[in-house]
Design a protein around this ligand. Structure first.
Ligand code: BGC
Length: 753
């Protein structure tokens, strides 16, 4: 009937798009369908929608059919996911689909750099692209909901979970939180390649006392609002569908039963209309916190505070019906929680398309394009901290000794929470150097093994396996026994040593706090031995936190922080060290000289005695108070100079600040500089940080090229909370810096009138 194939195609496309928009429900239609379902639901079915369990064993499958489960965690693969979904959609009374969740912290199968590392790229566009890839791979495997982004600000590297977040700064953390939400959710969470995001762990989990995981948090409302809440607010503004409430108690009230943060702030002030899931068993743990005597009280406190879905422990399922029937818990509170969960299920298109397409599992996962995004982000995340005598980039005609326990450890390249990542997918630095330089130019010795820590937990209590241990097996390819003598001989035969030391991946992450930041095991012995050969040493650190390397600037020629860079780690490291491109990563945290300086962060207060020629000022008798390397710091293979700072001299409170500086590439090769804007309010009702990051730009300049780098910032964003927790923008003088890091740069002033 149609004579033109083009016309035919156009009509087919028109029809298809009409079908899609016909399927897409308006908000009003969603409300109607949610309410109509609610009217049909029994109390047990309502409690079921508010319940998440792990896996899909036969008992759980039976409960799904009975309408007692709203979500599952950790069901992977289209076949498994579809089987669970079928039980809900075909065999349960009301046919409400499940929402299937999983921890996709830095990639699903294509593993990207750990979040702390990628934050150092200061590249939100690329981070967004990486999460798009993660969303595509997750959905191909039946996962529609990811427990990410983790947006906890952390100022304490003893806390193992510092590796999961974006570091110490609320502005950088907020920009990245929003980028990740956009990447996961795409334009529409109903898109078959989009997942629902979950900003976690709400809130202030990063402030646990002593850096000890799960410990108490007691902080001022001002610190909460100015440092810990902003990345969550940014995630909400970016449209995150869900949030996860944290484990720890906050100012005396557990975060998973905290009405102030979960309802007054989240719903009242921010108008969040998605749902909140508790962290793993956090409802039941209210008993251990001393906030409830039993699961029934725990469920009551959780749901009243604003936690809509209960992860794993079944407390909501077992308690909500009786709580409502006895009149203790208002039916309206439960209905509202169920509405929030159902709304997200409708918005995510789960009623229209509950099943994963098994074909996509073969075409969409770990593709060369996905690996390319991982390689790019790995390259941008790596931080060059020192480069004496331009030992880097390495000369390809030299012989290099690749030494150290992490040089060829596949699983540690992936990092502590590698989703469904497989160690076999990772390229190690040794493999990449061999591939790029040829076997003749590369010698290898492991030197030492890194032993696991003897658990510091109570005697007789076995330390649980860190999450990373699951599914990631160490596929160590070199079977040479580790020996320092071997390492010495190898170093002596080479022109330069590249020494890979640090922590095994499982030494950071959840339940992996450390009291010391020293290199574990005999690694210092190996380092001392290798340095004694007097060969130039390039120290490459792989770790989930800054380690104690205060000895290194004196003794190593170059220092590179490589964190855990994911499947393409080796390629990114060899690419950079051999000079194919100039490094551009920056530190997303302040690097302590010693564990005694912790907590350490650049945006600290000035105090009444900031500095003086005598001892009567804030500091230590036995150590400098500034960090070894400041927040925002990182070198490249070229140099940059800054000049000609310009800033508006007077700006109104409701206006915009313009500031700029000329940045010039003064070296001999192209490079990328992360230009940073900092501000300081000199006089305010509450004491202000000495500097606050308010903008940054990645600027690539050819050798000799210069550019005016311009920033515009809303003056309202330069304000602060007064003692009554009202947001104000004080008038008066402010300092402004356009800077390469948080400790230097060009300084000027402006007035807010
Ligand atoms: C972690 C969360 C995670 C959850 C589900 C908990 O132990 O704190 O970050 O999302 O488990 O795996």
């Amino acid at each position: 009937m149609f004579h033109s194939p083009k016309l035919c195609l156009a009509l087919v496309l028109l029809f298809a798009s009409a079908l899609v928009s016909a399927q897409k429900l308006s908000d009003q239609e969603i409300e109607q369908r949610v309410n109509s379902l609610l009217q049909q639901m029994t109390l047990e079915e309502k409690a079921g929608q508010l319940t998440q369990f792990v896996g899909n064993n036969p008992q759980t499958m039976e409960m799904i059919k009975q309408g007692k489960v709203g979500s599952l965690l950790g069901v992977l693969g289209a076949e498994q996911a579809n089987a669970a979904q079928r039980a809900a959609v075909e065999a349960s009374r009301l046919k409400i689909p499940l929402i299937l969740g999983y921890d996709v912290i830095h990639g699903y199968r294509t593993i990207f750099p750990v979040p702390l590392a990628s934050a150092g790229s200061f590249d939100p566009q690329l981070i967004e692209q990486a999460e798009r890839v993660a969303a595509k791979e997750s959905t191909a495997s039946g996962v529609k909901w990811v427990f990410a982004p983790m947006v906890d600000i952390a100022r304490d590297p003893r806390w193992g979970r510092i590796v999961e977040g974006a570091g110490e700064d609320p502005y950088l953390g907020s920009v990245i939180a929003a980028a990740k939400v956009r990447g996961f959710q795409g334009k529409d969470i109903a898109d078959p390649e989009s997942v629902v995001a979950c900003a976690k762990h709400y809130v202030a989990y990063g402030a646990v006392e002593g850096g000890r995981d799960y410990n108490t948090v007691d902080i001022s409302e001002q610190l909460l609002r100015e440092i810990y809440l902003p990345p969550f607010h940014a995630a909400v503004e970016a449209g995150t569908g869900t949030l996860m409430s944290a484990f720890q108690d906050l100012n005396g009230v557990p975060a998973s039963a905290n009405h102030h943060t979960l309802t007054e702030i989240l719903r009242g002030e921010w108008h969040f209309n998605g749902f909140v899931v508790s962290d793993w068993s956090a409802t039941h743990e209210l008993i251990a916190h001393g906030a409830a005597a039993n699961d029934s009280q725990a469920a009551f406190r959780g749901v009243i505070a604003g936690v809509d879905m209960d992860m794993v422990d079944g407390a909501y399922l077992s308690s909500i019906p009786a709580l409502v029937q006895s009149g203790k818990l208002p039916q309206s509170v439960v209905d509202e929680a169920v509405r929030r969960v159902l709304r997200i299920k409708f918005k995510a298109g789960l009623f229209e398309r509950p099943y994963a397409d098994p074909k996509r599992e073969k075409t969409d996962i770990l593709t060369p394009e996905n690996r390319e995004v991982a390689r790019k982000l790995a390259f941008e995340s790596l931080v060059l901290l020192q480069n004496m005598n331009n030992v880097l980039p390495l000369n390809r005609n030299q012989t290099i000794a690749v030494i150290g326990p992490l040089a060829n450890d596949k699983s540690s390249q992936l990092g502590p929470w590698a989703g469904n990542g497989q160690a076999g997918d990772a390229i190690t630095p040794l493999a990449a150097f061999r591939q790029k330089m040829g076997d003749d130019h590369v010698r290898y010795a492991k030197g030492v093994d890194i032993p696991p820590f003897e658990s510091g937990l109570a005697a007789g209590v076995a330390a649980p396996a860190p999450p990373s241990a699951t599914g990631v097996e160490n596929a160590e390819t070199e079977s040479r026994p580790a020996s320092i003598d071997d390492a010495l001989a190898t170093a002596n035969k080479a022109d330069v040593v590249v020494l890979f030391v640090g922590e095994l991946a499982g030494m950071s992450g959840e339940a992996s706090s450390r009291a010391s930041l020293d290199l574990p095991g005999d690694q210092m012995k190996l380092i001392d031995a290798v340095i004694s050969t007097r060969k130039p040493v390039v120290l490459v650190l792989e770790s989930g936190r800054p380690l104690n390397i205060s000895w290194a600037p004196e003794r190593a020629s170059a220092i590179v922080q490589a964190w855990y860079l994911g499947v393409e780690a080796g390629n990114a490291i060899a690419h950079t060290l051999l000079g194919d491109a100039s490094p551009s990563g920056r530190l997303p945290l302040s690097w302590p000289r010693s564990v005694g300086q912790i907590p350490i962060y650049y945006n600290h207060k000035n105090t009444g005695r900031p500095s003086a020629p005598d001892r009567w000022h804030t500091g230590y008798l036995d150590l400098a108070k500034d960090p070894l390397f400041p927040f925002g710091y990182g070198l490249s293979y070229t140099t940059f100079s800054y000049r000609n700072l310009k800033a508006d001299s007077r700006v109104p409170q409701d206006g915009t600040l313009h500031a700029s500086a000329e940045v010039e590439n003064t070296g001999k090769r192209e490079g990328t500089e992360v230009v940073q804007l900092y501000v300081h309010d000199r006089v305010a009702p509450t004491s202000r940080p000495v500097r606050e990051l308010k903008g940054f730009q990645r600027v690539t300049l050819a050798a000799g090229e210069h550019k005016a780098v311009e920033f515009t910032v809303k003056v309202n964003d330069l304000g602060s909370y007064d003692p009554n927790m009202h947001w104000i923008v004080p008038t008066g003088t402010y300092d402004v810096w356009v800077a390469p890091d948080s400790a230097s740069g060009l300084q000027g002033t402006f007035e807010v009138k």
